[in-house]
Design a protein around this ligand. Structure first.
Ligand SMILES: [Zn+2]
Length: 320
């Protein structure tokens, strides 16, 4: 599992901020209550000492079970006393608890050495947001891929493509997975299934980037011509677990653009990272448009999937 470094940093910052806010709010409530109910000060102080002892013994196993049980029962007694003082003065019993967003990890993001579920959830959320898929993600999933727009042999093909890509997404390991070349005309479901693949793989905790060939070329151009361009977007084209290049072939082709595309594809193959490319071009058109070094990579290393049928967008328009 390889979350993007950038997203990991952003999520950690967000959790740290949550934790600081929870503690600051607790301290504010504490100051307020201590002024009104000074008898709580020694109780709260003793509680933090027993709490610290229980924590450190969990890490060091220094204390005997008997001593630990004593400390725990003292801790319970103090908690009950504190709740009693608070409630009898009109405060909720938990008024002086720190209210973390995630009590499981106290907003640290980790339970022991394991990443907490809350942190994984945030990473997925950010992964979806930063994938480049935007609103496509809301509309296109494996579940709502309809086979009704295909007939006869085309339906069989579409069904097989759906099954293969669904199973690919469910079993994606982030290590030496297959790369795919989705071939076929406009409106045959290539983008829909690419988006569905992206969603499942992001939700499983991998870093996915979805970009058009033109987006990739623009990123390279910015580095080439722009002074202080931040290169994280471009780095992610190389480092993400799955790169989806949508609509290869609509970009302008010249020596520079071809070398950008080759650079990405080749480097990902060499580092055993998966790439999914969709294109409206036929194999013959791809050959005439791109240099041999690209097409030999595409046809040698990628699994081709052919999409056939009648343009779904056209069919939907006719239904209206
Ligand atoms: Zn948590």
């Amino acid at each position: 599992m390889a979350y993007s470094k950038e997203n990991l940093r952003a999520v950690k910052e967000c959790l740290t901020a949550r934790r600081s806010t929870a503690i600051a709010e607790y301290e504010k409530r504490q100051t307020e209550v201590f002024v009104k109910l000074p008898e709580l000060i020694p109780v709260e102080r003793s509680l933090s000492m027993t709490g610290a002892k229980i924590m450190s013994s969990a890490l060091s196993h220094e204390l005997t079970a008997e001593t630990l049980a004593e400390i725990r029962s003292e801790n319970e007694r103090l908690r009950a006393l504190k709740a009693k003082i608070l409630t009898s003065n009109g405060y909720p019993a938990d008024y002086l608890d720190i209210k973390y967003t995630c009590p499981a990890c106290s907003d640290t993001g980790y339970v022991g050495i394991d990443m907490c579920a809350c942190m994984k959830r945030e990473l997925v959320k950010l992964g979806l947001e930063s994938s480049g898929l935007g609103r496509l993600l809301d509309r296109q999933s494996f579940e709502n891929f309809s086979l009704d727009y295909y007939a006869g042999k085309d339906k069989h093909t579409a069904e097989m493509n759906l099954r293969l890509l669904h199973s690919y997404a469910e079993n994606f390991s982030g290590n030496n997975d297959d790369s795919w070349l989705l071939l076929g005309g406009t409106g045959l479901g290539k983008t829909h299934l690419s988006t569905a693949v992206a969603r499942v793989i992001i939700e499983r905790g991998f870093d996915v980037v979805y970009a058009s060939a033109q987006d990739i070329i623009s990123a390279f151009e910015m580095r080439r011509f722009g002074g202080d361009y931040e290169s994280t977007a471009e780095e992610r084209f190389f480092s993400c677990d799955l790169l989806i290049i949508d609509d290869l072939g609509v970009e302008m082709t010249n020596q520079f653009t071809v070398s950008c595309i080759y650079n990405i594809i080749n480097s990902r193959i060499n580092s055993r990272r998966a790439t999914l490319i969709s294109t409206n071009l036929t194999q013959t058109e791809l050959r005439s448009r791109y240099a041999d070094r690209i097409t030999s990579r595409l046809f040698g290393e990628f699994r081709p999937l052919l999409f056939t049928g009648r343009d779904i967008r056209g069919q939907k328009l006719n239904q209206k």
